[in-house]
Write a protein that binds this ligand. Structure first.
Ligand code: DQA
Length: 139
């Protein structure tokens, strides 16, 4: 299967930013462990801090890949444009969050994206990505 992981703003700083919330592992190391664990699947990774680049990536792969695991960071809570992009493509998207957003500030309780996604996984640390990935792989 072809699965794309997409990380949005500030997630390039995983392992550096707010470690008590997001942990001390950097994403590239974690991504390599996922690739080693699932050698029979084509896993790719993209990160951008720019809303338009995230939308361009969804358009680029969203009619071809089997699944998209998306952590849109704070754009989750604000971006109608990313919600529209998810609705426009045919590849199913799973929304993920490292932290349990429902235990945090109330502005993080609202997702603009969730209604257009296959499902949402939040609060399992980096393991949230694996859980989403396995949903696609085990289909
Ligand atoms: C996050 C939660 C968001 O509220 C926050 O803006 C992030 C990361 C998470 O993975 O827990 O940047 O998506």
């Amino acid at each position: 299967m072809k699965i794309q992981i997409i990380n949005g703003p500030n997630l390039n700083l995983l392992g550096v930013r707010e470690k008590s919330i997001y942990g001390s592992a950097d994403f590239n190391t974690y991504f390599n462990t996922l690739k080693e664990r699932y050698p029979d699947h084509e896993l790719t990774y993209f990160q951008s801090n720019k809303e338009g680049e995230l939308i361009d990536k969804l358009h680029e792969i969203g009619f071809d890949y089997d699944g998209i695991v998306l952590n849109a960071g704070a754009y989750t809570h604000t971006s109608i444009a990313i919600a529209d992009a998810i609705a426009a493509i045919t590849t199913p998207v799973i929304e993920v969050h490292i932290s349990n957003v429902y235990r945090r500030e109330s502005f993080r309780h609202k997702s603009m994206l969730a209604a257009n996604c296959k499902g949402v996984i939040a609060g399992f640390g980096l393991d949230s990505y694996r859980l989403a990935l396995e949903n696609f792989i085990n289909l």
